[in-house]
Design a protein around this ligand. Structure first.
Ligand code: ZN
Length: 213
């Protein structure tokens, strides 16, 4: 998860929450990424953060519309009480520790960083988003998602090795550092992983000055 800055007022969605203007604005502010799994999805949908089943009055409310992928939308369903990535009061990427497994088919590790109910609920939901394979289709979408994350992770490792190796020329070290910093931006696919792989790594967090505080 990554933080999203939502323009106020947003586009008019009082009659149609799927209008071109609404979709274009959501795509831009969510960087074309699903707000849960951070995949730059080719299958975008609109999620009602507070489900329509829970509160129908929020169906056409700008602040309740979120950019989501088809896989995560079907998994989230009517889940409530999760962390809000559009809140200005919380850094959502720091709330859930996310680590890539060393074998692509293994489960991604998710760990809520405090005991608040919303953080625990979010970790549970993200665990399902990234790992659930309880149907044939979800087995396929999980595999495709894991392969994308693993491909990015292999780049991350390569940049780290280049940055740390005494054999790397200065320009290559500089480029590797810029790549790693770019991966940690909210706009980058699966940014929460690269943030946590930097924060959890004493070498990278000191060299990139990208501390967990
Ligand atoms: Zn997703």
């Amino acid at each position: 998860m990554f933080n999203v800055t939502r323009p106020q007022p947003g586009p008019d969605c009082s009659k149609d929450y799927r209008s071109q203007e609404v979709i274009d604005t959501l795509r831009e502010i969510f960087y074309g990424k699903c707000y849960l799994c951070e995949d730059e999805t080719s299958n975008p949908e609109i999620d009602h953060f507070i489900p329509r089943e829970t509160d129908p009055t929020k169906t056409y409310e700008w602040n309740n519309l979120y950019y989501i992928c088809g896989r995560c939308n079907s998994i989230k369903s009517t889940t409530t009480d999760i962390l809000d990535c559009c809140s200005t009061e919380i850094d959502v990427s720091k709330a859930i520790k996310c680590i890539v497994p060393s074998i692509p088919d293994d489960d991604i590790t998710l760990d809520a960083q405090d005991n608040h109910e919303a953080a625990k609920n979010t970790a549970n939901l993200l665990n399902r988003s990234y790992n659930e394979k309880n149907t044939g289709i979800r087995g396929i979408t999980r595999e495709l998602l894991h392969e994308k994350i693993f491909e990015e992770y292999s780049g991350f490792i390569r940049y780290r090795i280049t940055l740390k190796s005494k054999k790397s020329p200065p320009q290559q070290k500089y480029d590797a550092k810029q790549h790693l910093l770019n991966m940690a931006l909210d706009s980058y696919p699966f940014s929460i992983f690269w943030k946590w792989h930097i924060w959890s790594d004493p070498y990278l967090s000191s060299v990139l000055k990208f501390g967990n505080s």
